[in-house]
Design a binder for this molecule. Structure first.
Ligand SMILES: *Cc1c(COP(=O)(O)O)cnc(C)c1O
Length: 292
């Protein structure tokens, strides 16, 4: 579903990928789609993936596994979380979908792409179909190419959030020459451009890297206020880790005259709303306002 939110000197349309499903929402659905088909084809019945404490991808994989008949294993960053499953909304949900957790230290977690670590996981847990952290691989990029359709040629700009770069890669691959794809990274990372170049050959894209608010999952009261105001004004919820930061950036860029007048801008709402509950628990501890 598309929602026109501004039609002034700019036309801004939000593609509500967040409405695909409350748990396999937005880009996580797109990224899992062809991976699940591949796993079935290979006769694998267990999916293993990686994620942090509030990971949208962990929640999506757990739910997809339950619905499509796979066992799921989540390798989770942080051994201390083992005792906190019940107070962590994301892990609690994944557990209710029968995901099995393997909690590992941050140091171990960093080896998530190393052959030795993966072999060790296989010896401990049995065979599995590996879905990388954030769900990004070539099949995920293929799924994300389906976010756009042939009626989207009228847009001059296509905006999306960037975590591992799989989503933007799919968008770039199916974008047209006259379009520019703008990615808003949710974290500091010089490696992102190289990661994206592994999946794309076109040059009509850029990363706007000054709206990460200090790093992954870092937020401040101004961002919270923006997210709450946005929901009141347009009736569209945004998440604090990805879409809230991107939208803040887009509105700031519009105010600064970054986009030429009459630009038609398509904004991809990649979902992530399941993470709000966990973030609100952290905000409460700090005595900060809640995301409404
Ligand atoms: C995972 C996620 C992203 C990041 O997507 P990548 O393909 O890893 O760049 C963006 N938005 C939301 C809401 C997400 O959950």
């Amino acid at each position: 579903m598309d929602e026109l939110i501004l039609n002034t000197e700019y036309e801004v349309v939000i593609r509500r990928e967040d409405l695909i499903h409350p748990f396999i929402s937005g880009n996580k659905y797109r990224k899992l789609k062809y991976n699940l088909e591949e796993a079935k084809l290979l006769g694998q019945n267990t999916l293993l993936t990686f994620g942090g404490a509030y990971s949208n991808h962990i929640a999506a994989t757990a739910y997809a596994g339950k619905v499509y008949g796979f066992s799921t294993i989540g390798v989770v960053r942080g051994e201390e979380l083992e005792d906190k499953i019940e107070v962590n909304p994301t892990l609690k949900f994944a557990k209710s979908c029968e995901m099995f957790f393997k909690f590992v230290s941050r140091e171990r977690y960093r080896q998530k792409t190393e052959h030795r670590f993966l072999s060790w996981l296989k010896s401990e847990l049995g065979d599995f179909y590996l879905i990388p952290e954030g769900g990004t691989n070539a099949l995920a990029v293929k799924g994300c190419e389906e976010i756009l359709n042939k009626n989207d040629d009228k847009f001059h700009f296509i905006c999306c959030c960037v975590g591992t770069g799989g989503t933007i890669s799919g968008l770039i691959n199916v974008s047209k020459k006259h379009q520019k794809v703008l990615g808003f990274p949710a974290l500091k990372g010089d490696f992102l451009r190289q990661d994206i170049r592994k999946f794309v050959t076109k040059e009509n894209w850029d990363l706007i890297d000054n709206y990460h608010f200090g790093g992954y999952a870092k937020i401040n009261p101004e961002l919270i206020a923006f997210i709450n105001r946005f929901k009141k004004t347009f009736n569209v919820p945004l998440d604090p880790v990805y879409t809230g930061k991107m939208m803040y950036g887009i509105f700031d860029l519009m105010a600064k005259g970054f986009f030429p007048k009459e630009s038609k801008i398509l904004v991809i709402h990649t979902g992530g709303l399941q993470g709000i509950e966990g973030m609100n628990l952290k905000l409460k501890q700090k005595g900060w306002p809640q995301i409404e």
